[in-house]
Design a protein around this ligand. Structure first.
Ligand code: FBP
Length: 551
């Protein structure tokens, strides 16, 4: 196999670990804290998770662990969208398992959760693991978005667990996948399956976080990759001074990626979905705000600029939010009827009699090319696939139309020419930054410690992440602690609550304090490419979001 020079060098990189995980793993145990409660809907969740609700927090500390050297069998699943560092979680888990007992086995379920359901797996060995250390991607075993939700799927998962005599399954995933991990842990206990279930917090979106999960892995690398590209575009825009760039950034509902990239690059405008929702801003108001900045810059800096747009924005614009919620419900409840409709015209007709008048009006006001995207297939969790809606184009068209009106009115004299970009897939499989490489490897080793401690229904947690890795704190957080009840597929379901951008949080405030200046002046920052080798202040820094949150 031919490999790049960087890949070869990254194979040799030794991820940094928290001090406690550098001990021999039979010399660490977990210490339990107080029982926990879910973030909301305690009674409903307690009833649904009879065996796993309310478990105590776990902290990894020094101590003698007699179980660490037992021979065990563990299965691992990569679930959902790719995030840099997934391979290192598996490498850390593998190294932990083998350090405990060389005859223990790690099975990688292929293609995501469906691998567990269909019992499709590969046994991971030194050769496979060594080929993927410190590399991006999920190609070691592949990923998938199958949700384990039907009785048959639960039964099949239990059969696989029993057939392979698994001591544990580790699910590496985001909020939805870890919700699945919680349900599976409960199902296994309820059905006398001894396999334990441990989750790992993955998602570039950065929305799986709380007091104990400071960040999900992949967010750091993805944001740094996008910020490099945004910085390059800013320099290009500032050189030619003739284009406005509308850049949509992945992140699903949460605007964490857009906000982090804004702090790293100081683009002229960064829309924050959570603020749009809080201020109930309509598409027209958002358009007017952008136009104000375009006009001001046309009178000073020039006819150019850069705008960052979180991919979930449409879901937060009040009229669009109502429309999407109605579409989600109707498309789920009358799926057969909807799926039988032949073309867009037939679907529009059907919507006229199935949506409220207001929502139908909103739908009809969208350019057809964009309206079609609102009707695309939902993901297996029932969410609209926001990455498929060209919000950046919707905004660019809307701004262009408004500026044309303003020109007629004589309130705008500049020239407006726009380019649209969408950065998402570009950042999900980058070589993990040192931060993500270290964090992920630690999460993997820590997952083994949790397994060896006999817990189930826990999320591997490594925190104190703005300190040097040596000072990171390892532990486990009960999955039910992060859950509440939400409307999904037309009914209420237990789910891990998404952490959206907090408008009174330090990262948003850092932007809000500067945004008027950054909109009008050209205050761009050019972060450049991720550096893997060199001084620590260049190579090992966590995100600005994390630093501001932990100040
Ligand atoms: P996860 O939530 O599974 O981590 O996925 C994150 C994400 O990259 C989102 O930012 C994006 O909306 C979505 O995946 C795209 O999904 P897909 O990979 O199926 O196109």
């Amino acid at each position: 196999m031919s490999i790049s020079a960087l890949q070869k060098a990254r194979y040799e990189y030794k991820p940094k670990l928290p001090a406690v995980l550098k001990n021999k793993l039979d010399k660490v145990v977990v210490e339990f804290g107080k029982p926990t409660e879910s973030v909301a809907d305690q009674a409903e969740l307690k009833a649904l998770f009879k065996n796993t609700y309310g478990k105590p927090e776990a902290l990894v500390v020094k101590g003698k662990n007699e179980n660490a050297n037992k021979q065990i069998k563990v299965g691992v699943i990569l679930s959902g969208g790719q995030a840099p560092g997934g391979h290192n979680v598996i490498a850390g888990l593998y190294d932990g398992i083998k350090a405990g007992n060389k005859t223990s086995s790690l099975y990688g379920f292929t293609g995501g959760p469906s691998g567990l359901i269909e019992c499709k797996y590969v046994e991971l060995d030194d050769k496979i693991i060594d080929e993927y250390r410190n590399t991006g991607g999920f190609d070691i075993i592949g990923s998938g978005r199958t949700k384990i939700e039907t009785d048959e799927q639960y039964k099949a998962s239990a059969e696989t667990a029993k057939k392979l005599a698994l001591d544990a399954v580790v699910i590496i995933g985001g909020d939805d996948s870890n919700t699945n991990a919680a349900l599976l842990a409960e199902y296994f206990i309820e059905n006398n399956v001894s396999t334990r279930v441990i989750g790992c917090p993955k998602t570039i979106d950065g929305d799986l976080k709380n007091e104990f999960i400071e960040t999900s892995f992949g967010f750091d690398t993805a944001c740094k990759t996008y910020s490099e590209l945004i910085g390059n575009i800013e320099r290009d825009a500032n050189s030619s001074k003739k284009y406005w760039h509308f850049i949509k950034l992945m992140g699903r509902s949460a605007s964490h990626i857009a906000l982090e990239c804004e702090l790293q690059t100081r683009a002229n405008i960064c829309l924050i979905s959570e603020e749009v929702e809080a201020k109930k801003m309509t598409l027209r108001q958002i358009t007017d705000d952008i136009c104000k900045a375009v006009v001001k810059r046309s009178e000073g800096a020039g006819n150019f600029g850069v705008i960052l747009i979180p991919e979930g924005l449409v879901e937060f614009i009040p009229e669009m939010k109502v429309l999407i919620a109605e579409l989600n419900d109707k498309m789920a409840l009358k799926a057969d009827e909807f799926n039988a409709l032949k073309d867009f015209a037939a679907k529009k007709d059907w919507l006229k009699s199935n949506l409220s008048a207001v929502s139908f009006e909103t739908f009809a006001s969208l350019p057809e090319a964009i309206a079609v995207q609102f009707l695309a297939d939902r993901d297996p969790h029932g969410n609209v696939q926001v990455s498929r809606i060209d919000t950046e184009k919707l905004l660019a068209l809307s701004v262009e139309a408004r500026l044309a009106e303003m020109k007629k009115e004589g309130t705008y004299k500049g020239k407006f020419s726009s380019y649209c970009h969408f950065f998402g897939y570009e950042g999900r499989c980058a070589f993990p930054s040192n931060f993500d490489a270290d964090y992920c490897y630690s999460l993997g080793v820590n997952a083994f410690v949790l397994i060896a401690s006999g817990v189930t229904g826990y999320l591997s947690s490594v925190r104190n992440l703005t300190a040097p890795a040596d000072k990171w704190v390892a532990g486990g957080i009960p999955l039910t602690m992060m859950m509440n009840m939400e409307q999904r597929h037309g009914s209420k379901k237990p789910v891990i609550r998404k952490a959206l951008v907090e408008l009174d949080g330090a990262p948003f405030k850092a932007y809000a304090e500067n945004r008027e200046k950054w909109a009008v002046e050209t205050a761009y920052l050019y972060p450049g490419a991720i550096q893997y080798y060199g001084p620590s202040e260049v190579c090992d820094q966590p995100t600005k979001t994390l630093k501001l949150e932990q100040k």
